[in-house]
Design a binder for this molecule. Sequence first.
Ligand code: UDX
Length: 439
Amino acid sequence: MNIAIVGTGYVGLVSGACFAEMGVNVFCVDVNAEKIEGLKNGIIPIYEPGLTTIVQRNYEADRLHFTTDLPSVLNDMDMVFIAVGTPSDETGNADLSAVFEVAKTIADNLSRYILIVTKSTVPVGTTYKVKELIRNQLNERGLFDLEFDVASNPEFLKEGAAVDDFMSPDRVVVGVETERAKELMSKLYRPFLLNNFRVIFMDILSSEMTKYASNAMLATRISFMNDIANLCEQVGADVNMVRRGMGSDSRIGKKFLYPGCGYGGSCFPKDIRALIKVAENVGYEMNVLKAVEEVNNRQKTILFRKFNAYFQGNIKGKTAAVWGLSFKPETDDMRDAPSLTLIRSLLDAGVNVRAYDPAAMKEAKRYLGDSIYYASDIYDAANDADALIVPTEWKEFRLPNWGILRKIMNNYLVVDGRNIYNREELESYGFEYRGIGQK
Ligand code: UDX
């Protein structure tokens, strides 16, 4: 089986490498020549555990290929996946120009049957728009009888666990409208079926909607828990206990109930905005999701507010150590990271920032330039600091040497944005502890 995957971002590269790992012959295509050259030389543009190994292995085995030239491989393919970016435009709508650009290239060069699959997260109805664009273009070329199919196959992988998620997904969602497309997709996913998951076939519009609805539900759980956490603080309850009590109800479940300093990343913020817009465009108002977004925006300011409140607003000239910059652990992704909201507020208030992250320092520099000090490790960041603030729960932050920190810091405030520390332990070292949703 031969497939092309257009777009070598997270979704495209991980999907390409994982399909190749299952024996499929995969061509990863990108317009960015530098990226493609890099990939040929083993340079993986993203930090993702396990990805480098399978990219190299399959590239060497000649099952995974990299090219900038879609037309040259297109007519040897059984299917082509569109996995290019769909960022928010200024109005919150998903910007689909890259998706339609790929569709146009396919239509301009196609000469035999192919299945075209949208894998990027796209607003409901986009796959049909791709189909219409390609049909019109083929007709213009006089190719009225040239058949093709479209399908929707949204990706649910999480950054930092992308390879595992792809290889052992809870389910695979596929939207199709013909038997031929269904058969091809069944064949492609058959090797993964050994892992006991289900392929759920449905119509194309429902498949596109499933992706948005899933992300929206997960984000809703997080904002709901952040609201509960804030209320816990006010009434003297402990959200850690409340979360455990709630999560053990099998109807609720344990996952995605962790309060913190807000969700970030490339998916939740963008997809929530896009779904609100999808609804607006058909005259419907997504009230719950609007609140989810509002609560999240406020939650991203919570670390700064706790720091400011502790020093009663006298923070100009103080120094804050910030541990963790990426929007979550095991990634270097800084998109919509809560750390950025925190650091910008600190800098605006005249606070010096000493930051450390195990993977995202280079990426962070693109956002923050030289406005902060980039520390070599957690202790270097904490040197002479008045407070330690933790927006991201990297494993290596979990058991620091509090004795050393007590000696090298100037003041002893710890603001724990992910509830990874124990209040009693920190207090025994003489620290002032501020968590999320605790007394
Ligand atoms: C998410 C979805 O999980 C994935 O299915 C989809 O394909 C893309 O979007 P990702 O953005 O990689 O994946 O990260 P995820 O692990 O879901 O975390 C998103 C954000 O929510 C992070 O900022 C994280 O810190 C936050 N989060 C997550 C919480 O604040 N509390 C939780 O309980 C879980």
